[in-house]
Ligand binder design. Structure first.
Ligand SMILES: *[C@@H]1O[C@H](CO)[C@@H](O)[C@H](O)[C@H]1NC(C)=O
Ligand SMILES: *[C@@H]1O[C@H](CO)[C@@H](O)[C@H](O)[C@H]1NC(C)=O
Ligand SMILES: *[C@@H]1O[C@H](CO)[C@@H](O)[C@H](O)[C@H]1NC(C)=O
Ligand SMILES: *[C@@H]1O[C@H](CO)[C@@H](O)[C@H](O)[C@H]1NC(C)=O
Ligand SMILES: *[C@@H]1O[C@H](CO)[C@@H](O)[C@H](O)[C@H]1NC(C)=O
Ligand SMILES: *[C@@H]1O[C@H](CO)[C@@H](O)[C@H](O)[C@H]1NC(C)=O
Ligand SMILES: *[C@@H]1O[C@H](CO)[C@@H](O)[C@H](O)[C@H]1NC(C)=O
Ligand SMILES: *[C@@H]1O[C@H](CO)[C@@H](O)[C@H](O)[C@H]1NC(C)=O
Ligand SMILES: *[C@@H]1O[C@H](CO)[C@@H](O)[C@H](O)[C@H]1NC(C)=O
Length: 420
């Protein structure tokens, strides 16, 4: 298809401008959102126009393509479908995400690190780093149970840096609990009404994430084939999406939600506004298999600042990386039954080998990875998920025994510059 050179330029530019932008929520069209007066809010084109991007406004309309009016899809990479009536009254446009970059449209707010995407650990991890061989139990115990000082078959965990709180999907007890540092017991924040499909119940929770906008949790309730939002202090959840067998969730800094659809062997993207809207297929969708454009029962997912997704391709024993708009992925990690994916600031990948129950670390030049936790058998018990705190200490959920262990980071082998 004919591509005007300016579009090529804009697209190229948006590839190189790190597209870390701000979203606008509940702000009117063109509302000021940046210290640059030439930037304003452009709502996403969808049924839900509560969210959008803060972008440079004065592009030449004739250089932009229109979105597919049926599904608001933009087939050009690095563009999003928005409304910009001054440029096009009737039709939504595919706008380059590079026009929303923070260096073009700096935030109005003073440096508050509000990004949901700040890489964790926040502190850079040096090449020679290691972690304690033995962990300390920080939630639950060696005995599974239903009491609040116990956990049963925990799956997903996350660590909230703002409040230093560990969130645990206490799956066997059909509830989600939080543990403060040094707490002797957890607090129930969701569920605890028996396993079931009512909105105050949970089925089988495969992943959780926090929407930093309001601190609500987004929950993959896989057994009930639904994704729910559970607001702070709510007595029940609100169904966001039904009929989806979700095993992994990730949220990028433009409030786009990425979902691993286990049985559809694909990753889809959704616009998370007041009402959630399907955006596009992001990876897979070519049937079940082991080609580079396929998955076999994908589980966890991670999205980086360039909207590249990293997918634990569980039954293919590999971790795949798909850049935005790619037709196929590349293999960036090889391990048995990968259970989770995390990236640090340097682009190193962390995952769990579900078969051998250990935590693996992959650098750009080593897809085979190295074992960082669990080299000795029985250190971990059916490890299921991991989370970092800001220093790089690692929490691991042990599905088998019902406890969360913390493994301290050891930077003593880093050069002095990197020692904390
Ligand atoms: C994003 O892309 C830019 C430009 O290609 C690159 O310099 C940067 O390292 C990438 N970021 C991540 C997290 O991969
Ligand atoms: C969201 O959905 C509800 C119920 O269908 C509807 O009343 C509301 O107007 C929608 N909001 C937006 C912004 O589309
Ligand atoms: C937009 O592009 C068209 C075609 O290249 C050109 O004729 C027009 O002058 C441009 N408008 C502005 C405002 O730059
Ligand atoms: C727009 O999307 C619909 C539904 O996915 C599809 O059938 C149609 O061919 C698309 N139109 C164009 C012009 O790509
Ligand atoms: C914002 O960040 C810049 C660069 O990191 C720093 O120089 C500046 O002092 C910060 N401003 C505030 C108000 O914190
Ligand atoms: C769990 O068991 C191990 C080995 O028996 C023991 O060293 C550890 O203290 C126990 N942890 C808790 C929290 O009971
Ligand atoms: C919820 O569970 C009940 C009992 O198992 C079942 O009869 C009902 O069909 C389920 N409802 C939905 C919406 O799946
Ligand atoms: C990874 O393992 C394969 C086979 O097990 C081996 O051929 C390859 O050299 C290894 N790569 C690295 C970087 O160690
Ligand atoms: C890693 O350790 C080696 C020696 O053990 C040292 O020479 C090197 O500087 C260290 N690298 C970093 C990044 O700390």
């Amino acid at each position: 298809m004919f591509l005007p050179s300016t579009i090529a330029f804009i697209v190229l530019q948006s590839l190189f401008v790190l597209t870390r932008g701000q979203t606008c929520r509940n702000l009117p069209l063109y509302a000021p959102c940046s210290t640059n007066p030439d930037c304003g809010c452009l709502p996403f084109s969808s049924a839900d126009e509560q969210s959008g991007i803060c972008a440079y406004l004065h592009l030449n309309a004739s250089k932009l393509r229109t979105c597919n009016e049926t599904n608001y899809y933009c087939d050009q990479p690095y563009t999003v479908c928005i409304h910009h009536p001054k440029l096009s009254i009737s039709q939504p446009l595919c706008y380059p995400t590079g026009m929303a970059a923070l260096d073009l449209c700096p935030s109005l707010k003073t440096n508050s690190s509000s990004s949901t995407l700040s890489p964790i650990p926040v502190e850079e991890v040096c090449r020679n780093v290691s972690w304690a061989k033995q962990g300390r139990t920080v939630a639950g115990s060696n005995y599974s149970g239903t009491a609040l000082d116990q956990l049963r078959s925990p799956t997903a965990i996350l660590f909230d840096l703002k409040t230093n709180t560990l969130y645990v999907s206490d799956n066997g007890n059909a509830r989600i609990v939080t543990w403060q540092p040094a707490a002797k017991r957890g607090n129930v924040i969701a569920g605890d009404n028996g396993e079931g499909n009512r909105t105050d119940q949970l089925g089988w929770v495969s992943d959780i994430l926090m929407d930093s906008k309001d601190g609500s949790l987004i929950i993959c309730d896989a057994r009930n084939r639904r994704i729910i939002r559970w607001s702070r202090r709510a007595q029940q959840g609100e169904i966001l999406i039904n009929n989806i067998y979700c095993t992994g969730l990730a949220l990028d800094d433009q409030a786009l939600l990425y979902i691993t659809e286990h049985d559809n062997n694909r990753v889809t993207r959704w616009i998370l506004g007041e009402n959630i809207t399907h955006d596009r297929l992001v990876a897979g969708g070519n049937g079940k298999g082991n080609r580079l454009d396929q998955f076999n029962e994908p589980s966890a997912i991670f999205v980086d600042q360039n909207r590249t997704v990293y997918v634990a391709d569980q039954s293919n024993d590999r971790i795949m990386k798909w850049t935005e708009g790619a037709k196929e992925g590349i293999i960036v990690g090889k391990l048995r039954w990968p259970r989770t994916v995390h990236l640090d600031q340097s682009g190193n990948i962390y995952s769990i080998d579900g078969y051998y129950s250990r935590v693996m670390h992959f650098t750009r030049d080593n897809v085979n990875g190295t074992i960082i936790i669990g080299e000795k058998q029985y250190t971990l018990s059916q490890a299921n998920d991991l989370a970092f705190d800001q220093h790089g200490n690692i929490f691991v959920s042990n599905y088998g025994t019902g406890r969360i262990d913390k493994f301290d980071i050891d930077r003593s082998a880093c050069s002095s510059r990197n020692v904390q």
